[in-house]
Design a protein around this ligand. Structure first.
Ligand code: UP5
Ligand code: MG
Length: 199
């Protein structure tokens, strides 16, 4: 991947902070390609013949992080597919959602793909995130939208994923948005911050 062809924004935030919701709006208005690491892992889990199905299922249920080789390969493949599709002329702007959530992933991705231009970090209190996830769990069918898995996801987020945000903070790449208000308000703030960075 050549950094002149690829722009990457990492979208981070706790479980239920609203990453996917905001990414959908950014795709609609700015034409980014949205790649959710969690969605790619769930698709791989369900792919007949995948050698990683059981591993992914166990990790997701326990809020644990799937070994980075698997996730980085899925992201690389998805990015390559986008770039080689005739529509984009070999160039791409990507929102990488829910990744990297552990330092080893961050280093690996920067080595094999490219460094991110910025990190969009959605900040939300656990109590609010838990409320959203339990509500979504009534219909989502996601095996990790239950009280026990949510507790484990929060723990992994605090212990393993926040250090990644702190790392990028030190690089001056983090743009933080409070995602406690409703989706419209959060999106308004997101656009304001993006205008500040991209002009
Ligand atoms: N909602 C959204 N915004 C709202 C708002 N502003 N006000 C009120 N409600 C709002 O939103 C969650 C719910 O809240 C929805 O019902 C929405 O309508 C509502 P969503 O936009 O889906 O939030 P998001 O942050 O995307 O939550 P998600 O549950 O997807 O976050 P996670 O980070 O937990 O999930 P992800 O799919 O990224 O990862 C799942 C698992 O995969 C991980 O736990 C891990 O086991 C594994 N994984 C890896 O191993 N490696 C990786 O690199 C990535 C994932
Ligand atoms: Mg999501």
């Amino acid at each position: 991947f050549s950094p002149s062809d690829v722009t990457v924004i990492f979208v981070l935030g706790g479980p239920g902070a609203g990453k996917g919701t905001q990414c959908a709006r950014l795709v609609r208005d700015y034409g980014f390609t949205h790649l959710s690491a969690g969605d790619l892992l769930r698709a791989e889990q369900d792919r007949p013949g995948s050698q990683y199905g059981q591993l992914i299922r166990d990790c997701i249920k326990n809020g644990a992080i799937v070994p980075m080789e698997v996730t980085v390969a899925l992201l690389e493949n998805a990015m390559r597919d986008t770039l080689t599709s005739s529509k984009t002329g070999g160039k791409g702007r990507f929102l990488i959602d829910g990744f990297p959530r552990k330092m080893d992933q961050a280093f690996k991705f920067e080595e094999v793909v490219c460094p991110a231009k910025m990190v969009l970090f959605y900040d939300c209190p656990e109590q609010e995130m838990e409320k959203r996830l339990l509500e979504r769990g009534k219909t989502s069918g996601r095996e990790d939208d239950n009280a026990e898995s949510i507790r484990k996801r929060f723990r992994t987020f605090v212990e393993t994923s926040m250090p990644v945000v702190d790392h990028y903070e030190r690089e001056g790449k983090v743009v933080k948005v409070d995602s406690t208000p409703g989706p419209d308000k959060v999106y308004e703030e997101t656009r304001k911050q993006l205008r500040r960075v991209f002009g």
